[in-house]
Design a protein around this ligand. Sequence first.
Ligand code: SAJ
Length: 416
Amino acid sequence: MTENSTNPFEPRYAPGKTTVCVMGLGYIGLPTASVLATKGFQVHGVDVRPDVVDTINQGKIHIEEPDLDILVRSAVNSGQLKAGKTPQPADIFMICVPTPIRPDRSPDLSYVKQAGQALKPYIKPGNLVILESTSPPRTTEDIVLQEAIPANLTVGRDVFVAHCPERVLPGRILFEVVQNDRVVGGITPECTARAKQFYESFVKGEVLATNALAAEVTKLVENSYRDVNIAFANELSILADRLGIDAWEVIELANRHPRVNILTPGPGVGGHCISVDPWFLVHAAPDITPLMRTAREVNNSKPHYLVEHIERLARPFASPVIGCLGIAYKADVDDIRESPSLEIVQMLAERNVGQILVCDPFVPHSKFSELPLLPLGEVLERSQILVLLTDHRPFREIPRRFLQEKVVVDTRGAWR
Ligand code: SAJ
């Protein structure tokens, strides 16, 4: 597609005529690339890992996500999706790479930088470059624009740069990538308009237009809001323990008030989003964000509180056997990134609290090899203390008679 071939009455970007190059084929990039491909866009996916590129080109997947295997297989078989180690010329470039935090909680934007630098030789007039990675304020302008756009091209006239943060929930990605409302913000109004038109060609939700900075901050605010709300729930659960009441019951009752909506306490907050994103806002303005910082600290301290609680329960046993159910960061996923459940298991093992038996039917041995992953039946039979860390469906459905003889720690309120 060239600029001057565009009929003003036809959408500029459309399946069948627009080519898309997706940088990063992980939890966001691969589902996005395969959805675009099955809608009829010609998609070239790029990943720095040769094994990922090979797997995808065989029509297979390297991550767990419901129905993603079917979609990728069909996208690759139809020839609409191909993967490679380097970019190719395209109409649209999408950056879907990780944006982690460093140990000092400052944002690590090296992957965005590298993706931008890799794109630069392929950028030509008329291109649209979209940053989808969740990013600190001003990343689109300070990093993407600086690294990817050649100096002889004017943004908003020759090339177009926008941010459209991904908003999908792991476990429901394929549904949400199409159905959710999206926020798009360009560096200029023309950048915004073009990005909006592109998303409207495959998204069923509403595409809401703003500028790049507001789009960046909106995404961070969404996840920070949840982090603060969960921190409130976690603090309440510790207070409830001291008062000898059931935190989940109190929250359920309070939530019957028409204007109260408290989230659920748990072992802490994991995953690569909610436990990371608030730091981007705190880092941007540390002197005026005490609430968000404290929420992070409250949620990060919950695993320590629970380990001390389990230690106390283990003390009366001569040689305690502690069954830990779940190491994934949340129910029914295989993802152990930033998982508080995993952190609790590791702390219990380090402190020699007892014999630690671990079960997680979702997590493969390749992702966790510190301790053996045992069958549920064996853990139920051998444990004296049973700790529910991740509320996977098989754990929620354990018949209560198996719990009767045990000391039970239910960090998720799933066995109440
Ligand atoms: N959690 C609680 N209590 C709750 C809800 C969650 O303790 O009431 C814990 C979970 O167990 C988990 C963590 O918080 O450890 C995060 O889980 P989550 O399901 O809330 O969120 P993620 O990280 O899987 O996905 C989030 C989503 N953000 C929002 O719901 C605002 C998703 O829409 C984002 O796209 C994604 O982060 C992202 O990439 O930012």
